[in-house]
Design a protein around this ligand. Structure first.
Ligand SMILES: [Mn+2]
Length: 347
């Protein structure tokens, strides 16, 4: 196994790049998911240990899913909103589960992060960072951090173990999606330390009424084009909804691809999911979004964002139609679809 020697070499490099730093801010991607939250938390502990400096964890956007809100609350994740943070207090930044200029993080303009740890395809821009570790074959960033934690001999308490376990579990759908042996290794390691009561609460959180309205809106906005399900939400009340429904729609019988779109604040958010293990959803979404926005992802899951600033409602609808048609053309599906559920009759 290469992990132990590789991890030790990485720790030495980490210590080197942090040598003259005093305080580091670790950033998750915007609207963070469990993988980003747990990985960021683990990274703060690792850098404190190897770099002997202060480290904080922050996120931008919204923690949307009830599961993720429950996770941060009951595990007391030391995660702060970016807008409550004075950036001038920091002389170093780290990105986890994201990379510079992907459009899905709020790293201040012009800042080159000292550290990037991610499992999405590596970007040119990332190579400017003094320390970057990008491993596309890992199903979860948390599985990468598991190796750092072990090598640095960071004490893993039940709270961190539960967050890491849940991160790998959700990101790889119980090791069934894009999981590698390293993911299995980390999954088993953390499982032994999980707080099962906390995990059960995280997985079964109270669900808001607004969520049920969103379900209704999503189903009404879904059309089937052969094996492609396309959902146009209109407005969403939180950005996670878009990815969450892509996850649901791709589970539909005879569906192999799901595209969901929802407007949030000044952006149109897109998610693509596929259940075809050899597909490349990341490349598809980049071709769909093209010059209109930013997008990226892995083989079976991908996301993107198109700014809608200054567009009239009619123009926004046109944009959605265009994006939808591009996706259908790329996937070889008919542009004409049928509704998932017939419009309700008034009674
Ligand atoms: Mn991830």
């Amino acid at each position: 196994m290469t992990t132990s020697s590789g991890a030790e070499r990485r720790l030495r490099q980490l210590a080197e790049v942090l040598e003259d730093k005093k305080r580091l801010l670790v950033l998750t991607h915007d609207n963070p998911d469990p993988d980003s939250i747990a990985s960021g938390w683990a990274l703060t502990k690792v850098v404190r240990k190897v770099g002997k400096l202060q480290a904080d964890l922050a996120y931008a956007g919204i923690i949307g899913r009830s599961e993720n809100r429950t996770l941060t609350r009951i595990l007391r994740v030391p995660l702060r909103p970016l807008d409550s943070i004075n950036l001038a207090d920091y002389d170093a930044f780290a990105l986890v589960d994201s990379q510079p200029q992907t459009g899905n993080n709020s790293l201040p303009e012009g800042v080159i992060p000292t550290i990037v740890v991610d499992h999405h395809p590596c970007r040119e821009e990332t190579k400017k960072s003094p320390f970057y570790d990008v491993r596309e074959d890992y199903g979860a960033a948390a599985s990468m951090l598991a190796e750092y934690v072990t090598a640095a001999e960071v004490k893993v308490d039940r709270r961190l173990a539960t967050a890491m376990f849940y991160a790998i579990k959700t990101e790889t759908l119980n090791l069934g999606r894009e999981a590698s042996r390293a993911d299995t290794r980390a999954f088993v390691k953390f499982f032994a330390l999980v707080d099962n009561e906390a995990l059960s609460q995280i997985e079964n959180p109270p669900i808001s009424r607004a969520y049920f309205r969103m379900v209704d809106q999503a189903i009404a906005g879904t059309h089937l084009h052969g094996d492609v399900a396309v959902t146009r939400f209109g407005d969403v009340n939180n950005p996670d909804m878009v990815a969450q429904f892509a996850d649901l729609m791709v589970r539909m019988e005879k569906v192999h691809w799901a595209l969901t779109m929802g407007r949030f604040e000044r952006d149109l958010l897109l998610s693509i999911r596929t259940n075809l293990p050899t597909a490349n959803a990341g490349r598809i979404i980049q071709q769909v979004v093209a010059e209109d926005g930013k997008a990226g992802g892995h083989g079976m899951m991908a996301g993107g964002k198109v700014p809608l600033e200054g567009m009239t409602p009619a123009r926004v609808r046109d944009m959605e139609t265009q994006l939808k048609n591009r996706a259908l053309d790329l996937l070889g599906a008919k542009r004409r679809g049928s509704r998932l559920v017939a419009p309700r009759k008034k009674n």
